[in-house]
Ligand binder design. Structure first.
Ligand SMILES: C[S@@+](CC[C@H](N)C(=O)[O-])C[C@H]1O[C@@H](n2cnc3c(N)ncnc32)[C@H](O)[C@@H]1O
Length: 267
């Protein structure tokens, strides 16, 4: 997914600002002089984009601006998240994923034969793709079509609980992530539920990335949760960005995968 927006995203030392220094947005006259790489990642109107589309190979999901909603190079990361969320690939877990995208993490989660697999997805085009690919007929899958902001409260009201929860949306703000955490903590099984999210916080600057990770850690700590960040080595090739207007990963080879669990004393 595109990096969650926060104030750290506009750092001048961003590598891509050198590479894309001349590039400007063609979508909004008010940002016409802003380099593409310095535009905010938040897109409050994304869910109204009418030209959200998959490429023929199903390896790329683009929005109306040709920005990438999801890309194939994230597959190893999604596989790692899925393994951790199912407690190292244990079968029969109850899992919930927010944001279907290319369905990479949901495919990985299915391979662990969950006893309940809830997917919340809000974009109509993505939802149509889920239906045409038969996700509504997969074992123990329940699709909640709508924004997590509307769907999660219904699951809380039902009294559902999950062993593993993943959040990876698009165009949302850091404050949305914080809001999600408030609800997530109500459905994460105690004592051994595991929560994680795509860690695209301040992706263009390692210092600010560290700051953002610590902000999340503090918020989750107030909810009774401990956060660790497991290092995963990744490689993203230059050619992976073909056809994508703006990069959302900036050459860093280490991904810090969040592993969030209940504190021992709050469980
Ligand atoms: C980055 S993609 C998810 C990729 C996914 N992790 C995968 O493995 O392919 C983000 C998804 O979140 C969806 N989305 C964006 N905002 C949402 C919201 N508020 N509630 C639910 N889904 C949302 C988008 O339509 C998109 O399908």
């Amino acid at each position: 997914m595109e990096g969650l927006n926060n104030s750290a995203n506009n750092d001048e030392s961003d590598k891509t600002s050198m590479k894309n220094g001349e590039a400007t947005s063609a979508t909004d006259s008010t940002t016409a002089s802003v380099p593409v790489s310095h535009e905010p990642c938040t897109k409050p109107d994304y869910l109204e984009h009418s030209n959200v589309r998959y490429n023929a190979a199903n390896t790329l999901l683009l929005d109306d601006d040709n920005d990438a909603v999801m890309m194939e190079w994230e597959r190893p990361l999604m596989n790692a998240h899925a393994s951790i969320l199912t407690h190292n690939g244990t079968k029969g877990k109850r899992v919930m994923n927010i944001g279907f995208g290319l369905g990479i993490i949901d495919t990985a989660l299915q391979s662990y034969e969950p006893s309940l697999h809830v997917i919340i997805e809000a974009h109509p085009t993505v939802y149509e793709k889920m239906i045409s690919d038969g996700w509504d007929k997969k074992p123990n899958v329940r699709i909640c079509f709508g924004k997590w902001q509307d769907e999660l409260p219904k699951l809380i009201a039902e009294g559902l609980e999950f062993d593993g929860i993943f959040y990876d949306t698009y165009g949302e703000h850091f404050t949305d992530l914080e809001d999600f955490h408030e609800g997530m903590a109500k459905v994460l099984h105690k004592p051994d539920g595991i929560y994680s999210f795509f860690n695209g916080l301040a992706p263009d600057n390692l210092f600010f990335h560290g700051v953002a990770c610590n902000c999340v850690k503090i918020q989750l700590s107030h909810l009774g949760l401990d956060s660790e960040f497991a290092q995963c080595e990744i490689q993203v090739d230059e050619k992976d960005w073909d056809g994508v207007r703006r990069k959302y990963w900036h050459g860093r080879n280490t991904y810090y995968l969040p592993i969030v669990t209940w504190k021992k004393d709050s469980a």
